[in-house]
Design a protein around this ligand. Structure first.
Ligand SMILES: [Zn+2]
Length: 389
């Protein structure tokens, strides 16, 4: 299964009118092709990016340029309207961006890297991150109500890739021409190519996506990192037996799948870092994961439920190692992340979790039953049992 953006709502928060072209337009185009809704929020007017022959009313000119580029991409456009060099993380700008998030309702935000070269990029980065949390907090009042959940957040590459170690690359080979056409809308900036201190933008853009492509062995790519904080990391479903763990490995797994969609992910562990699957919180794909429980060790006879479960619910379990899946009907209501039995367990049998003997069944436990202190005796505190082992 190829990872895709269908059902997502992807918002790029950038400082200047031409930044999306440089860092993420290919990914946005790809998301749109998958069926995602896409948007660009440009925080600054670009009013100080004057060419040698100054343009009167540059902010208005750039407003038109960015609108034309966003139209080519098919993205909704939002504007912060801050003067260049005047953007700073603080309550007024946060409030403005929180309101934009609440209108667009992003599931994924693309933000400048916190260490990018330009002070406006760094300010936009901090704001995009802050708003990704506060947009869900009802206590932060704006015209639109709070949304839920927090959007996932990816850091975009830096200008000319300086000081940015990609976590994953998105193949944008099919969208290089679109990036060029979008960049061509920014005539006021392209006319700065003759400035000694200003890099020709199209060349910069093409070099960068080719260099990132070379790293990923495709003609052109855009590079990202995931924001590894609470509720901003999403898991994803790769294919068949579900392989999922924390965002870093997921991104790597997803990327391999993305770049080589015909190659099934068969690895027992995630690509990239080799971490064992551990937990599943969210999803990157548009649909909720069907995975509800992972059985970590082949000998395990209890599984942890992912999220709460109701009596009568069918839960798909994946046996790590073999990839075998089994559907278990829950016989009890089960609290989030608590244990249940995916197999029948006889009274007195050991309870095995993560390959470890954690106790024994104090009565017969049927497949699908809640497993907790009412039907297991823990080894902990049982010196008599510990002595026997
Ligand atoms: Zn910029």
């Amino acid at each position: 299964m190829r990872l895709d953006f269908s059902g997502e709502r992807v918002l790029a928060v950038v400082a200047h009118p031409d930044d999306a072209e440089l860092f993420c337009a290919g990914t946005l185009a790809r998301a749109k092709a998958d069926g995602a809704t896409i948007g660009i929020c440009v925080m600054c007017q670009g009013d100080k990016g004057q060419p040698a022959e100054p343009i009167a009313n540059l902010a208005a000119v750039r407003r038109k340029e960015m609108a034309a580029a966003a139209k080519l991409l098919g993205a909704q456009l939002f504007r912060g309207e801050y003067g260049d060099g005047r953007l700073a993380d603080g309550p007024p700008a946060r409030k403005k961006l929180i309101q934009i998030y609440r209108r667009f309702k992003p599931t994924l935000v693309l933000a400048h890297a916190p260490n990018d070269y330009h002070a406006d990029h760094r300010a936009a980065s901090a704001l995009a991150e802050a708003a990704s949390w506060f947009c869900t907090a009802a206590g932060h009042k704006t015209a639109a109500p709070a949304i839920s959940p927090q959007p996932a957040l990816w850091w975009m590459d830096t200008a000319n890739m300086a000081g940015f170690l990609p976590e994953f690359h998105v193949d944008v080979t099919d969208y290089v021409d679109l990036k060029r056409r979008m960049m061509a809308c920014h005539k006021s900036q392209l006319s700065r190519a003759a400035d000694g201190d200003f890099s020709p933008l199209e060349g910069l853009m093409l070099r960068q996506c080719q260099a990132r492509g070379a790293q990923a062995e495709v003609p052109a790519a855009e590079a990202f990192r995931t924001h590894q904080t609470w509720k901003r990391v999403r898991a994803c479903e790769v294919r068949g037996a579900v392989r999922a763990c924390f965002g870093f490995c997921l991104a790597a797994a997803a990327t391999r799948q993305w770049l080589f969609p015909d190659v099934a992910v068969r690895a027992k562990n995630c690509f990239g870092c080799g971490h064992r699957p551990r937990c599943v919180n969210y999803y990157l794909k548009g649909e909720q994961m069907s995975l509800r429980a992972l059985i970590i060790h082949a000998d395990d006879n209890v599984a942890n439920l992912i999220g709460p479960g109701g009596k009568g619910e069918s839960v798909e379990c994946t046996f790590e190692g073999t990839g075998k899946t089994e559907t278990v009907t829950l016989l009890d209501d089960i609290p989030s992340n608590h244990k249940f039995a995916p197999v029948d367990i006889g009274a007195g049998q050991p309870i095995i979790k993560y390959g470890l003997n954690i106790g024994r069944a104090s009565c017969d436990i049927r497949k699908g039953e809640y497993v907790h202190i009412h039907n297991i005796e823990s080894n902990r505190g049982r010196g008599d049992l510990q002595e026997q082992t």
